[in-house]
Design a protein around this ligand. Structure first.
Ligand SMILES: [Zn+2]
Length: 247
């Protein structure tokens, strides 16, 4: 997103916004939930913080192009890339302020962030910057030209961490579409010779991703699932009609 204002012209508020460190992160963590939400009639969006310019394969322009195609697969209403430096994400005041400004313009009710611990520093930094930006976005005096907006709900995509999810979304019907979105990144997942020792073949990726989704689906008795963590408790007002069989 070279000129942030360009991306916000005539934009209607989003219901659900996923913020991720790299293009192709959401396709592996919460893409099924984004697809399912769009099918339910919600306006969904993705903001990628970097273009993956430190990746061994492809280049940033190509990654952003591929991410647009993947976004179409996921039925997104909006997707943009802040082009921050890959593998060097830092939680600075300008970073938080920029992201808070984006959140004020997009006005999402719910935000999906990466889980707050993980192997890749960009993932947990994106989580921290995202959380703090959501808070800042609600401050009245932050910017003069945008009204305050603090998202109501923050969900964490926990795929990379060994944690018990707070809840799992059934993505059985969205799984194939999510896989198609991931394979829009042909620079990353094609069976090319470039850096092939680092990158598993497409078949291997498919099997690994299916196994993870099957594991989480199994927790709620469905074929494929996506796990999420929330920091607050989950309320139910009807214990009789609760989902997921216990015995
Ligand atoms: Zn990533």
């Amino acid at each position: 997103m070279r000129d942030p204002n360009e991306a916000f012209e005539n934009l209607r508020p989003l219901d659900l916004l996923a913020i991720a460190a790299h293009p192709d992160d959401v396709e592996q963590t919460c893409g099924g939930t984004l697809i399912r939400s769009a099918e339910q009639g919600y306006r969904t969006g993705v903001l990628d913080l970097t273009a993956g310019d430190m990746g061994s394969r492809g280049n940033p322009e190509l990654r952003v192009e591929e991410s647009k195609a993947a976004g179409d697969q996921m039925l997104l209403a909006w997707r943009a890339n802040l082009r921050w430096p890959d593998a060097r994400l830092e939680n600075t005041t300008p970073a938080r302020m920029t992201l808070a400004g984006v959140i004020r313009r997009l006005k999402p009710r719910t935000v999906i962030l990466p889980y707050w611990t993980g192997r890749h520093p960009d993932h947990y930094r994106a989580s921290e910057i995202g959380y703090e930006a959501c808070f800042l976005a609600g401050l009245k005096k932050l910017e003069e030209d945008t009204p305050p907006h603090r998202p109501f709900k923050i969900l964490y995509s926990s795929l990379y961490a060994n944690v018990t999810p707070s809840f799992v979304v059934d993505i059985s019907r969205q799984f194939e579409r999510r896989m198609a979105a991931l394979f829009c990144y042909s620079s990353q997942y094609g069976d090319s010779a470039e850096a092939s020792e680092l990158f598993p073949a497409q078949r291997e990726v498919e099997e690994r991703i299916a196994a993870v989704a099957r594991f989480y689906g199994n927790l709620i008795g469905v074929k494929y699932g996506e796990p999420f963590v929330v920091k607050e408790g989950i309320e139910t007002d009807d214990v009789v009609s609760m989902a997921v069989r216990s015995i």
